[in-house]
Design a protein. Structure first.
Length: 428
């Protein structure tokens, strides 16, 4: 036993000495291996085809019916007259929802924002207006939400699309869920105040009045942000607070439908980022460099954990939501009606996925998914406020190899000193 212990001690000392002397090159090597492996994941050999698991989407049974482009133009002209007059705009929206035939309600809120640069905290206040279209053939047990931010001149056409869709939806009687049309001021704060009141959760710093009317459990949310009557491409935004993602079947459907209507889709700045570097006169969506850029863009937007658009507060309550941001206009821009038509028809499309259990992928510059993936949330609290994804999520996905290499590249510089300190050794 003593001989074995002595040999083991000598081996440990040799191993520790080897790691100490070569910890820097080993750390660099592991970093490089992890980055190379990460860069290989966009290739088709390292991912698989995705699919839509939700049978209720009824693949192939969707027919386009919404063609009222004149209604969108008329609403956009009326909205443009208000300019910065938010009070007048909210009153007009209430009247417009009422004329369409919706149940109309409003909510006032105030919030105290933490000071960023200075001793005084900032106080903001605003108002939310929402109309509820009751399902004619079902109880109000479930609902869908179309939202659009107000207070931004660039979203005039987003509000116009929402009003036109509300008018069209009211003319049909086959809805199985209530549909809520929500307009808020104050950006994400207004949405947070509204959803907190809807879910019955109080948040420190936000004082919101009670909601006079409500519907059932919200199943999905589409936030509309459109800056032009003609759309060059649709930017799909999916990240929420702390990097939470929705069930990506919703993203899969929206991206495919936008392309069916002749509007390419991109993740965040998938197109603009490539064009701004001046490398390509035309973006090549099948190019490996563009796929890698898309993945890096997703990681960069998830890392800070900050809300990026009006859909983010819903994800904290485990409600699948995305923002569709129409960007235009250019020489290849398409009419706004095309994007509106793709907002509620639901056929899927074939793409590829990278994860095995939790599947995110890129193809045609878009993030897609299999609905077998769990939401990237590790919290089971009623409010759904989520922490970062658990270690088991990462270690059971295809990302485990590059991530482990990157982690060990960092630990390689930390473990030898700690190991030697534990054994009572000292080195310089």
């Amino acid at each position: 036993m003593k001989l074995a212990s002595l040999l083991e001690s000598k081996r440990s000392k040799k191993l520790a000495g080897f790691l100490i002397k070569r910890r820097k090159p080993l750390g660099i090597l592991l970093y490089l291996c992890g980055l190379v492996y990460l860069g290989m994941l966009p290739r088709d050999e390292f991912n698989r085809r995705s699919f839509v698991d939700e049978n209720a989407l009824m693949v192939g049974l969707v027919r386009r019916e919404f063609r009222d482009s004149q209604s969108i133009s008329d609403y956009a002209e009326e909205l443009a007259d208000f300019g910065v007059d938010q009070e007048g705009l909210m009153v007009w929206l209430e009247a417009s929802f009422s004329r369409i035939g919706l149940e109309v309600y409003s909510q006032n809120y105030s919030a105290v924002l933490p000071a960023v640069a200075g001793p005084q905290a900032a106080s903001v206040s605003g108002r939310s207006v929402y109309g509820v279209l009751r399902a004619g053939r079902a109880s109000s047990a479930e609902s869908l939400v179309f939202s659009a931010p107000s207070g931004e001149a660039a979203n005039t056409h987003g509000l116009a699309v929402m009003l036109s869709l509300a008018k069209y939806f009211k003319s049909k009687n086959y809805w199985a869920k209530d549909i809520i049309f929500l307009v808020t001021t104050g950006g994400e704060i207004g949405v947070q105040a509204w959803i907190n009141s809807y879910m019955g959760n109080a948040v420190k710093g936000i004082n919101a009045g009670p909601l006079p009317g409500r519907s059932g459990a919200i199943q999905a949310v589409i936030n509309l942000e459109i800056d032009s009557p003609k759309i060059e491409y649709a930017r799909i935004m999916i990240e929420g607070v702390n990097g939470i993602l929705p069930n990506l079947d919703l993203v899969h459907v929206l991206t495919h439908l936008s392309e069916m209507e002749g509007i390419p889709s991109a993740l965040h700045m998938g197109w603009e980022g490539v064009r701004s570097h001046g490398r390509y006169s035309k973006p090549d969506l099948s190019d490996s460099a563009h796929k890698l850029y898309t993945v890096a863009s997703l990681m960069a937007h998830q890392a800070p954990g900050l809300p990026l658009a009006g859909h983010a507060p819903f994800l904290r309550h485990r409600i699948d939501s995305v923002t569709v941001r129409g960007v235009g206009s250019g020489p290849t821009a398409k009419p706004l009606l095309n994007l509106a038509s793709s907002a509620f028809c639901l056929p899927p499309g074939p793409w590829r996925v990278v994860f095995e259990a939790s599947t995110i992928s890129w193809r045609d510059s878009t993030i897609q998914s299999s609905s077998t993936m769990p939401r990237l949330a590790g919290d089971s609290s009623p409010s759904g406020c989520s922490c970062l994804p658990s270690a088991s999520y990462w270690l059971h996905s295809c990302w485990r190899y590059p991530l482990l290499l990157l982690w060990w590249g960092t630990l390689e510089n930390l473990l030898p000193p700690l190991y030697c300190t534990f054994l009572g050794w000292h080195f310089t």
